[in-house]
Design a protein around this ligand. Structure first.
Ligand SMILES: Nc1nc2c(c(=O)[nH]1)N[C@H]1C(S)=C(S)[C@@H](COP(=O)(O)O)O[C@H]1N2
Ligand SMILES: [Mo]
Length: 490
């Protein structure tokens, strides 16, 4: 009981206060001690566990890692506070615990995060909690027991107050919703056109995704000031090129509808989405640098992510800096990300900082973990919406075949015995006035309910008539494939 009051509870409160203090100063950024520790855990986690977390746990895996990082940070600061309390007792000084606590939290946090400002927030909050504990000690006349209780309650209150103040403060610094007023002009017109082309089926996501999925290797997305950002083309080039944000956005740009799909998603998963991107072609930059006939490139990013793939794929790529008529959101790679038409999401590198031209192949982040996700996407037709009305059933979804294009979706309502052509949404059209070369289509099919359980199967055809392969395979390692099927009641 005594150690609980004198050490465990105040130390835990100071630990939590420290985490809140760090969050208050930097919000959910890589400098936040909770995200740093979460990343450290992810880094030492074996590839199979990471793969399990992605393919089985999905977003829950991400949340668990972040929660683990926050808990670890509180435990770390808490043990430093316990140490400080012990020092205070040994010295018989009231001031010692807060001072030693704050100093050690600052030192260790700075070592861990390399972010002195966030560490100062952590130290101040943890020190304050320990000071409350020291300052509230009862006088000699007070019964020992009630003095101890007051101290413990006071410290707990200080910890709670730190969270109560730190959390909203930090949220203000979190991923700001990008806004530069109303979306107007060309982007507005193109988005309106996309909305008009979206098939009116209840529960079917529109052609421009309402909520665009996210896959990040880091707990918190980097926060990069566009004015400080630059992209360099390095490696086996004739001359290195360096462009800043203003140079880049001054280049002639276009508005492009483009779909991204993650290689790690389930076959009928939700990690496939479409946006309107404002982008400039990469070919100009590569030509300026003299990338020549080299085999490959390594793209590197501010979160230490790196992906390698053929130079030829990059030559048809783009650099995107706006999404759906607004500045690129932080979570999607602000200020600038790569868009590589028709390829799995993973080489669409966010927070891009360097393009290194290679004369020999190398391996990227996911390939080092066993994935094969640098090539073109697999063709898929997904089934996400089922609408029933008066004995009739409408099934609908999205189909995507990368730059091979979707020309048809076929639906079977009898487990694959017979097939009918589905209705397809009109192709999306970007600022070049041509059908988007790398965007999904929606499909829908309405039929009379057979009045009993039946199996609906969907499959896509590519522009040249090639039928989507039927054989099923899981996401790992080369992306999910096979026809989506779903059992429906009558
Ligand atoms: N720098 C960086 N780029 C990245 C990633 C990342 O973690 N860091 N994730 C990749 C993966 S696996 C996918 S599927 C896409 C997802 O892009 P989105 O988060 O904008 O949907 O980004 C890719 N680019
Ligand atoms: Mo991905």
């Amino acid at each position: 009981m005594d150690t609980l009051r004198s050490t465990a509870v105040p130390a835990a409160a100071a630990g939590v206060a420290g985490v809140a203090g760090s969050f208050a100063v930097v919000g959910f950024t890589p400098a936040f001690v909770g995200s740093t520790l979460s990343d450290a855990v992810a880094l030492v986690t074996p590839g199979v566990v990471v793969t399990f977390a992605i393919t089985v746990l999905g977003d829950l895996g991400k949340q668990l890692t972040v929660a683990g990082g926050v808990a670890l940070a509180a435990a770390l600061f808490g043990s430093l506070a316990a140490f400080a309390l012990a020092v205070g007792r040994a010295l018989g000084s009231r001031a010692a615990a807060p001072v030693v606590g704050a100093a050690s939290v600052f030192g260790v946090a700075t070592l861990v995060t390399a972010a002195p400002l966030a560490s100062l927030g952590a130290a101040a909050a943890a020190g304050a909690a320990l000071a409350v504990h020291a300052g509230l000690s009862g006088g000699a006349t007070e019964p020992v027991d009630s003095g101890a209780r007051r101290r413990v309650l006071g410290t707990l209150a200080a910890g709670l107050a730190a969270v109560g103040i730190g959390y909203p403060l930090g949220t203000l610094r979190g991923p700001a919703a990008p806004s530069d007023g109303e979306v107007t002009g060309e982007a507005r017109a193109l988005l309106d056109d996309a909305a008009a082309k979206s098939l009116p089926v209840g529960g079917l996501e529109p052609l421009v995704s309402d909520e665009f999925y996210r896959v990040d290797i880091a707990a918190a997305p980097p926060a990069i000031d566009p004015e400080e950002w630059s992209l360099s083309v390095t490696g086996a080039v004739e001359s290195e090129v360096d462009v800043g944000y203003d140079d880049l956005t001054a280049m002639p740009s276009s508005e492009v509808f483009s779909t991204l799909r993650c290689v790690g998603e389930p076959l009928n998963g939700r990690k496939m989405d479409t946006a309107l991107w404002t982008a400039v072609p990469l070919a100009d930059l590569l030509e300026r640098a003299g990338a020549g006939e080299n085999c490959c490139v390594m793209l590197r990013a501010a979160d230490d992510y790196y992906e390698e793939f053929p130079l030829a794929a990059l030559e048809s790529g783009m650099l995107a800096y706006r999404m759906n008529g607004r500045p690129l959101p932080r979570g999607h790679g602000a200020p600038v990300r790569a868009l590589i038409p028709g390829h799995w999401g993973e080489i669409n590198v966010k927070w891009l900082t360097e393009i290194e031209v290679l004369s020999e192949p190398a391996e990227g982040y996911w390939e080092n973990r066993g994935w094969h996700g640098t090539g073109p996407v697999n063709t898929v037709a997904k089934l996400h919406a089922v609408e029933r009305d008066d004995g009739r059933i409408t099934v609908a979804g999205h189909a995507y075949a990368g730059t091979r294009g979707v020309s048809a979706v076929e639906v079977s309502t009898d487990g694959g015995a017979t097939w009918t052509g589905a209705t397809l949404s009109e192709p999306l059209v970007g600022s070049d006035g041509a059908p988007a070369a790398d965007a999904w289509r929606q499909w829908s099919h309405e039929y009379e309910s057979p009045g009993e359980r039946h199996e609906v199967v969907v499959r896509a055809r590519e522009a040249d008539g090639t039928l989507q392969p039927e054989d099923r395979a899981d996401a790992f390692p080369s992306g999910p494939t096979g026809w989506v099927s779903r059992e429906l009641r009558g």
